[in-house]
Design a protein around this ligand. Structure first.
Ligand code: HEM
Ligand SMILES: *[C@@H]1O[C@H](CO)[C@@H](O)[C@H](O)[C@H]1NC(C)=O
Ligand SMILES: *[C@@H]1O[C@H](CO)[C@@H](O)[C@H](O)[C@H]1NC(C)=O
Ligand SMILES: *[C@@H]1O[C@H](CO)[C@@H](O)[C@H](O)[C@H]1NC(C)=O
Ligand SMILES: *[C@@H]1O[C@H](CO)[C@@H](O)[C@H](O)[C@H]1NC(C)=O
Ligand SMILES: *[C@@H]1O[C@H](CO)[C@@H](O)[C@H](O)[C@H]1NC(C)=O
Ligand SMILES: CC(=O)N[C@H]1CO[C@H](CO)[C@@H](O)[C@@H]1O
Length: 482
């Protein structure tokens, strides 16, 4: 008995070792150099460690070639963090494609091929061109940003008058970002700031909870079990899709708004014939949903983490206040005025570097490829690891310090273009980048003219595998003393 147990205990690491060796012999340079690997057990270790501080140890340990191998259980995955390697990865979308989850996931039911997950590169190219026009003119969205930010701030002020000063800011910025999208995407007031009741928002929120549920990706069939929970989910998905169809129907009957919403631009290119480049109704639904999924939590987190940084670093807050007082004063917030907020933009960049909102993004190798000089077998999963890039000492020197000045003209002059990728890079770069950046600038410009923020300095950000969260942080918001 003891002999048997001992044999098994010996056999497990031995088999693991053999499996690791068999896998790793494919990931080689022509001169025989093997790619560094975090090893078969790193994944299992990772499952048991709660990430409450940002652990960049793996990249520091194994990342000297800009890329290292990381087993996801038995599956090969590459972590890519070097600027040159990221450039190669992101600039070749036909070689390195987005991952598409199984067709029965909620993710797929809602998004299908949106967000560049498409398997059909030509169709994506045509659609990306058509979509581009809805995003190029950021100016037309300024009144929409301003309206919903004002709504929220007025609501805060009303609560302050009743003695409330503590706010769960991530919730608040989430409402602003959602209402902004509701108006910009399809011209509807979702009234989240006011706490109004909209059926579409209700089913959207239900569906969102499930969209990134890991178990749904691994065991999508679990959803077909006859539980009450699954029945609610199914109904929410159906309601959501029905709501979207209604919105499209109404928008078609009404004709384009002034300024045209993003949905109006999509409808202009609607064409049920999939032989042409236009969008089918189903594709419009998936793109519109994609704008919400891509633009809601991301912008909300960016703002919440920015507020966190304002509280954490009073000298930065002071500089921001000074710039905004000087540049904005009581002027209307036009494109020109917002564009002059240089320090504010540096602050936004530093927030998105230090707390990489989308910390990683998946790809896979469509064919045999090469990264960092190493052979990459076809089918290998790849993680573009922006968090690793954004905390690389070789680029940033002191990556854990929060210092907007690193984005000044002088300090960023010689930096590799692919070492700062908050919105990714290459042909799939975030379509909503300018949209989000101007929404953020508008937010700070209005916020700091009216309020001051502070928080309990012992509060900390939480991290998960996707990025950073400021979900539970309460901040004190008070009227500014002038
Ligand atoms: C701080 C806010 C945001 C961040 C950090 C962010 C980040 C990203 C990232 C990392 C990607 C992945 C690109 C890739 O596949 O390599 C992406 C794609 C995308 N984002 Fe954003 N995003 C933000 C806001 C928005 C907003 C507000 C919108 C729309 C209103 C938007 C729309 C999109 C779309 C449509 C794509 C797919 C582009 C394509 O594959 O062609 N994003 N975003
Ligand atoms: C990305 O890299 C960082 C830094 O090494 C690491 O902490 C994180 O776990 C990586 N993310 C993923 C999804 O592998
Ligand atoms: C979108 O349009 C802008 C400005 O017209 C252009 O600079 C950019 O390259 C376009 N992007 C894509 C992906 O077509
Ligand atoms: C700040 O971020 C924006 C958006 O990612 C980028 O276009 C710009 O180049 C960044 N500024 C610097 C100095 O890196
Ligand atoms: C903002 O609040 C902090 C902390 O309460 C305080 O030290 C600072 O002077 C305030 N700044 C302004 C401009 O009101
Ligand atoms: C700050 O947070 C710590 C830990 O949660 C708590 O013990 C302390 O009372 C808090 N202080 C204030 C002023 O809220
Ligand atoms: C930017 C974006 O999400 N575009 C998608 C719109 O929908 C079509 C069809 O599903 C996709 O091919 C595009 O990638």
């Amino acid at each position: 008995m003891i002999v048997l147990i001992a044999a098994i205990l010996l056999a497990i690491p031995l088999l693991a070792y053999v499996f690791q060796e068999m896998t790793m012999r494919h990931f080689k340079r022509p001169d025989g150099t093997r790619m560094p690997t975090a090893g078969l057990f790193a994944f299992f270790k990772g499952l048991f460690i709660k990430l409450n501080n940002l652990d960049t140890g793996n990249y520091r340990k194994y990342g000297k070639y800009g890329v290292f191998h990381n087993f996801l259980g038995p599956v090969s995955n590459l972590e890519v963090g070097g600027p040159e390697e990221l450039k190669k990865l992101l600039m070749n979308p036909t070689k390195f494609r987005g991952l598409s989850p199984s067709s029965t996931t909620v993710f797929n039911e809602i998004l299908q091929n949106a967000l560049g997950i498409t398997q059909d590169h030509d169709r994506w190219t045509a659609h990306r061109k058509l979509l581009n026009s809805s995003f190029t003119n950021t100016e037309k969205f300024l009144p929409c940003f301003e309206r919903h930010i004002d709504h929220c701030f007025d609501a805060w002020e009303a609560k302050m008058k009743k003695g409330q000063n503590k706010f769960q800011v991530a919730e608040e910025t989430g409402k602003i970002a959602l209402d902004v999208l509701g108006e910009a995407v399809f011209g509807q007031d979702l009234k989240s700031v006011e706490g109004g009741n909209s059926e579409l928002r209700y089913s959207y929120e239900k569906v969102m909870v499930y969209l990134f549920e890991p178990t749904d990706f691994i065991f999508p069939w679990l959803k077909s079990l006859p539980t009450k929970h699954n029945a609610i989910l199914k109904e929410s998905v159906a309601n959501y899709l029905k709501g979207m169809k209604n919105i499209i129907k109404e928008a078609r009957e009404k004709g384009p708004s002034n300024p045209p919403t993003m949905l109006d631009s999509l409808l202009e290119n609607m064409d049920e014939d999939t032989m042409n480049d236009g969008f089918t109704e189903r594709e419009i639904i998936s793109n519109v949903s994609g704008f919400f999924v891509a633009g809601h939590e991301t912008t909300a987190s960016a703002l919440a983490l920015g507020l966190f940084s304002l509280c954490k670093y009073p000298e930065v807050r002071q500089k921001l206040i000074e710039e905004i007082d000087e540049v904005v004063g009581d002027k209307p917030l036009t494109m020109e005025v917002l564009s002059e907020l240089k320090y504010t933009q540096m602050f936004i960049n530093e927030t998105q570097r230090r707390y990489s909102i989308i910390g990683t993004f998946p790809r896979f190798a469509v064919e045999d490829a090469e990264l960092g000089g190493f052979h990459i077998p076809k089918g290998t999963m790849i993680t573009a690891n922006f968090t690793a890039t954004h905390h690389d000492e070789k680029t940033w020197g002191d990556p854990f310090n929060f210092r907007p000045e690193r984005f000044s003209k002088e300090e960023s002059k010689n930096r590799h273009r692919f070492s700062f990728l908050p919105f990714s890079g290459g042909p799939h770069i975030c379509l909503g980048m300018q949209f989000s950046l101007y929404e953020q600038r508008m937010f700070y410009a209005k916020l700091l003219r009216r309020f001051n923020v502070s928080m309990n300095q012992t509060d900390k950000i939480e991290y998960n595998n996707f990025g950073s969260l400021a979900k539970h942080i309460q901040m004190e918001i008070t009227p500014r003393v002038k």
